[in-house]
Design a protein around this ligand. Structure first.
Ligand code: PLP
Length: 419
């Protein structure tokens, strides 16, 4: 009976066109990937420019085995950086595979404390606490901090993990229209009756590549006596003059109280998340936050990766600058070719197409040309706003970017997206 029910549910997902299939990668994460089924060495050396077409058993179509990857959150290209890998191996050898324990029983090593100190220093905050993921950090913070006497005001397009974290808490919930400051102000007025107000927003939104108006949010927060929380998963390491994030970019580092972010994107890409902010808040999370209290410590190799990624960023902002230049190249060339790219100056570059089928066939055709991009349509994005999301990395070459633009132009003309 269960099997029949599950199969029928799966059929509904397929029928609804929202089935998510997973492509199997047989190489490291990077600008150039080799897909499983392409045969050993199908695209030559790591970083090879030769991308021979081969039939691949992961796809119904014949696609190139070696592809240029434009859909990872590997913004700074640190996921396979040799120094990051070496740091992971050293941590693995010195501290073992894992702790077989939660932090407060016998799962805290010196490297966990060092990484927390480094994260707090990077963000110029008092303290930081590590989690197994930023999903966990978001799941843990609202319940630990807010009571039924308090209120949380959340952007309607916030990440699923913020939405879930808010669901878990007993505070009064207000949802304001996406980046709409008039609506936020109206909700803040309504929320004056509560003891404490917390405005929660993504720093950068991953579907649109747009950046929250943090200056205005912080001004409103000051006016209505609220705290500001930002999720910096798509900002940490590369937004702002020193890659500190959206708060640095918009000059409000001293006005944002709480930052949650991930170690699983720009900061080495292994896994892990954290909260950084005032020390008493971090102390409270260590006592009360359920995903922290009841889940295993981060494995040493993962800690090693993130610590090295932060060292590299604190030494120099050259990698972040390189990513910004590549982003600028892609955005300006695509705009000149006649495409509309959502957002501004962010390495998430959504190529707006409108029609869901068009986004899907164009993404497929891009893959046939060796360019790996993903189409998004309803319900992931609003109806009529289907798009192909391109993510730029510091380790894309200018040639990679130009090949991507050329492929978009050919495919766009073929399918009528371009005149
Ligand atoms: N918040 C945002 C905005 C994200 O994009 C993601 C990941 O997709 C998360 C939180 C969760 O991060 P993690 O992968 O570390 O759980």
């Amino acid at each position: 009976q269960l099997r029949r029910r599950l199969e029928s549910e799966l059929e509904d997902i397929r029928g609804g066109g929202t089935w998510k299939s997973e492509r199997v990668i047989a190489s490291r994460q990077g600008p150039h990937l080799r897909l499983a089924g392409g045969g050993a060495g199908a695209c030559g050396e790591e970083g090879s420019r030769s991308l021979p077409p081969l039939p691949c058993r992961c796809f119904s179509l014949s696609v190139p085995a070696g592809i240029i990857n434009f859909c990872a959150n590997n913004y700074l290209g640190l996921s396979s950086h040799p120094e990051v890998i070496r740091a992971a191996v050293e941590a693995l050898e010195k501290f073992g595979a894992g702790l077989s324990s939660v932090r407060f029983i016998c799962g805290t090593q010196s490297i966990h404390k060092d990484l927390e100190e480094k994260i707090a220093r990077f963000h110029q905050r008092e303290d930081a606490i590590l989690y197994a993921s930023c999903f966990d950090a978001n799941a843990g913070i609202f319940e630990a901090l807010l009571t039924p006497e308090d209120a949380v005001l959340s952007d309607e397009l916030n990440h699923a993990s913020i939405i879930d974290g808010i669901r878990l808490c007993k505070a009064n919930k207000y949802r304001y229209k996406h980046m709409d400051m008039q609506d936020l102000e109206a909700k803040l007025k309504e929320a004056q009756k509560h003891r404490l107000r917390l405005v929660a927003t993504d720093g950068a939104f991953s579907m649109d590549g747009d950046i929250a108006p943090l200056r205005e949010i912080c001004q409103l927060a000051q006016k209505y006596d609220a705290l500001v929380f930002i999720d910096e998963c798509h900002a940490t390491g590369f937004l702002g003059p020193n890659g500190r994030g959206t708060d640095e970019l918009l000059g409000v580092m001293d006005k944002v109280t709480i930052i949650n972010s991930t170690l699983g994107k720009a900061l080495g890409g292994a896994a892990g998340g954290y909260t950084t902010g005032p020390k008493p808040l971090i102390d409270l999370l260590r006592q009360r936050s359920r995903p922290y209290l009841f889940s295993n410590s981060l494995p040493p190799a993962v800690v090693g990766c993130a610590a090295k990624a932060l060292d590299l960023l604190m030494e120099s902002n050259a990698i972040a600058q390189s990513m910004a230049a590549k982003t600028q190249r892609f955005r300006s060339k695509m705009t000149a070719a006649g495409f509309t790219i959502s957002g501004k100056d962010h390495p998430i570059c959504p190529v707006m197409l409108g029609d869901a089928r068009l986004a899907s066939v164009m993404a497929e055709d891009m893959l046939n040309r060796g360019i790996y991009v993903i189409g998004f349509s309803y319900p992931v994005v609003p109806k009529g706003q289907a798009r192909i999301r391109v993510q730029i990395s510091a380790v894309h070459s200018d040639e990679d970017i130009d090949r991507c633009v050329e492929a978009f132009t050919e495919v766009g003309r073929k399918h009528g997206a371009l005149a």
